[in-house]
Design a protein around this ligand. Structure first.
Ligand code: PXG
Length: 294
């Protein structure tokens, strides 16, 4: 079996050699940005969209990535090829670079670029058939005026605190509210509910990451189905009154949610709209059909 190769600042190195300095501000302060990307059948899913989000995140923290988007996209493609992966999870990280013990980013040298391609850790198929259980957590989503949730930064403590709460309650995902009490998103997934023929998800101003899967699902709803899609603010009560709830994310794809805070959602089984969307999404990920037309 070939050993995994990791891209680190211009070189492909063995896993054991893929090391970052303890003076890198990514380590010292969580100062950096990242992306979590999937490849299906040898084709990277929504690569351009991931590149756009990465460079936007970097821009919003005043970090200049020392490579063009095209060069970065080529490295991501190379990462699956060099590791002989067809279906893979790719983690792309750009840190602020090596600095000193002060938090001033101006002292940092060149940002470090890391690309890891590995096997995907998937939810068991059972979760797609029976649905996931989730809870509302007490940890509120960061306010945009303090740390904008649309920035996919290395500072994930807000989400980790929420994840710890979900762990303590023995469920795989936690739903976070924003400081106004509206539903925002999960620790690593966006949230949707279905009521009648309308699919609802919080708008970006609720304090959510603009998920690539979220956008793909919204596009599917608009172009392939008769359902309506609305981005509106809503409270937990509307979730409990929903016919169906599902989450979207790079790792989870589209996953039904059938119990929240121990209460069944709808009939307590995955609903027809969610199952439809899972089908359409899986079709989209098949063999290259997800490549954006230029
Ligand atoms: N919200 C948050 C806070 C996220 O971190 C999503 C929504 C969904 O976005 P995408 O673009 O993936 O549809 C994310 C993404 C992991 C993992 O290993 C987490 C994410 C993506 C990939 C892997 O936990 N989160």
């Amino acid at each position: 079996m070939s050993k995994s190769k990791i891209y680190l600042d211009g070189k492909w190195v063995a896993k054991e050699e893929a090391k970052i300095s303890v003076f890198d501000h990514g380590v010292l302060y969580g100062d950096g940005v990242f992306e979590g990307i999937r490849a299906y059948d040898g084709v990277v899913f929504k690569l351009d969209e991931h590149m756009e989000r990465l460079y936007r995140s970097a821009r919003l923290i005043s970090l200049t990535i020392p490579k063009s988007k095209d060069d970065m996209a080529a490295i991501v493609n190379e990462a699956i090829k060099i590791n002989n992966l067809e279906n893979a999870y790719i983690r792309l990280i750009v840190t602020r670079g090596i600095g000193d013990l002060g938090l001033d980013p101006r002292v940092c040298g060149t940002p470090s670029i890391v690309v890891i391609a590995d096997q995907v850790a998937l939810f068991p198929e059972r979760c797609y058939k029976e649905g996931l259980e989730a809870v509302f957590v007490n940890t509120r989503r960061n306010v945009a005026s303090a740390l904008d949730p649309t920035i996919k930064s290395l500072n994930y403590l807000n989400n980790i605190l929420a994840k710890i709460e979900a762990n303590e309650k023995g469920v795989p995902e936690g739903i976070m509210l924003n400081t106004d009490g509206y539903v925002a998103e999960c620790t690593g997934d966006n949230v949707f509910f279905v009521k009648g023929d309308t699919v609802v998800t919080p708008p970006v101003v609720a304090g959510v990451l603009e998920g690539i899967t979220r956008a793909a699902v919204m596009d599917i709803i608009r172009t392939k189905t008769k359902y309506r899609i609305k981005e509106i603010l809503f409270t937990p009560n509307e979730i409990f009154e929903a016919d169906e709830v599902f989450f979207t994310g790079t790792a989870a794809e589209v996953i039904p949610v059938t119990r929240i805070d121990s209460r069944p959602i709808g009939k307590g089984t995955p609903g027809p709209v969610t199952l439809d969307l899972i089908g359409y999404f899986r079709e989209l990920t098949k063999s290259g059909t997800h490549v954006r037309k230029r």
